[in-house]
Ligand binder design. Sequence first.
Ligand code: NAD
Ligand code: UDP
Ligand code: UDP
Length: 336
Amino acid sequence: HTVTKPPPNPSPLRNSKFFQSNMRILVTGGAGFIGSHLVDKLMENEKNEVIVADNYFTGSKDNLRKWIGHPRFELIRHDVTEPLLIEVDQIYHLACPASPIFYKYNPVKTIKTNVIGTLNMLGLAKRVGARILLTSTSEVYGDPLVHPQTESYWGNVNPIGVRSCYDEGKRVAETLMFDYHRQHGIEIRIARIFNTYGPRMNIDDGRVVSNFIAQALRDEPLTVQAPGTQTRSFCYVSDMVDGLIRLMEGENTGPINIGNPGEFTMLELAETVKELINPNVKIIMVENTPDDPRQRKPDITKATELLGWEPKVKLRDGLPFMEEDFRQRLGVQKKK
Ligand code: NAD
Ligand code: UDP
Ligand code: UDP
């Protein structure tokens, strides 16, 4: 007798006329800061069905409350270190704590999330033939010896330091993505995200922009970690989401830097927050954490040329949106 081979796509319905123009998209980490803004944007397109898988380690249902109950939206409590069996066309794989205090809290879990979590999402992509995008990070460049950072730079990362669970975890995640691409023909996209800020960041997550804004609103001193001359380049979240979607929809695997090249020292950032939000607040110098990168600025030539993308929101224009969101959440009125 003959053995019938199972269809290559496990869900034959996905090939039916009904589904053809629809896109079912999985967003891991979709209850987090960037993920929830990405979900908002994807849901604007009526042809998209969005599934979020998140374990709520640093994210919350609250970030997605406007979509809960929507017929094109589904929220699953799921840890990506466990296998996930669903049928989707695209995977935006964001699940991973991004703030140093959270990723250092349980470093072994951070590595598992990056390595086993990414392996599982690649296994899923392979089984269903989905395209997968990984949100990697500028941290793969470590404390960079090349400035600004281009994608061809291999980085300067401490393999045994307190940040390594995140930096090396993401480096392995990138390697896995390319190995699945070369070995199994999976369609991959890698974004190297630089510091991103905006509404819905965790108020006490320890990242510099959220710290300074919360401190300014609470009349507490802004804590600049020594020496204060270290630099970062901050991208507003709507620009980031636009870049991620362009990368997913485009033809390039990446890695591609997505970030805002406007570079500031932490002292300059503190002065800007003070000027815009609370001119009476003090700025103090506190001790830094180990392995803090001294400078960081993306070279975005590739994003501009290949994706037609560049950031639109300047730091001074983005900070007030975040201030407004933090005021509401902290219950601090603007002084007249
Ligand atoms: P976030 O902490 O707000 O969001 C991460 C989300 O992933 C949270 O909802 C969290 O609950 C979820 N998560 C964590 N571990 C999980 C697990 N094991 N299983 C399922 N869900 C899990 O962070 P974010 O700023 O929105 O960052 C999103 C992505 O972008 C991350 O991959 C991060 O590494 C990357 N990134 C962010 C920045 C930035 O400046 N925000 C910079 C570089 C890279
Ligand atoms: N996986 C998953 N969902 C799927 C298919 C696979 O989570 O739909 C997981 C699977 O549990 C495995 C990983 O992805 O741990 C890698 O899968 P792959 O098929 O590439 O490797 P193998 O299972 O052969 O080790
Ligand atoms: N930083 C600071 N004060 C704070 C928190 C952070 O001066 O209250 C500095 C930190 O030393 C680093 C920069 O701000 O040089 C960015 O830190 P963050 O944790 O926001 O992101 P990452 O280090 O991952 O870029």
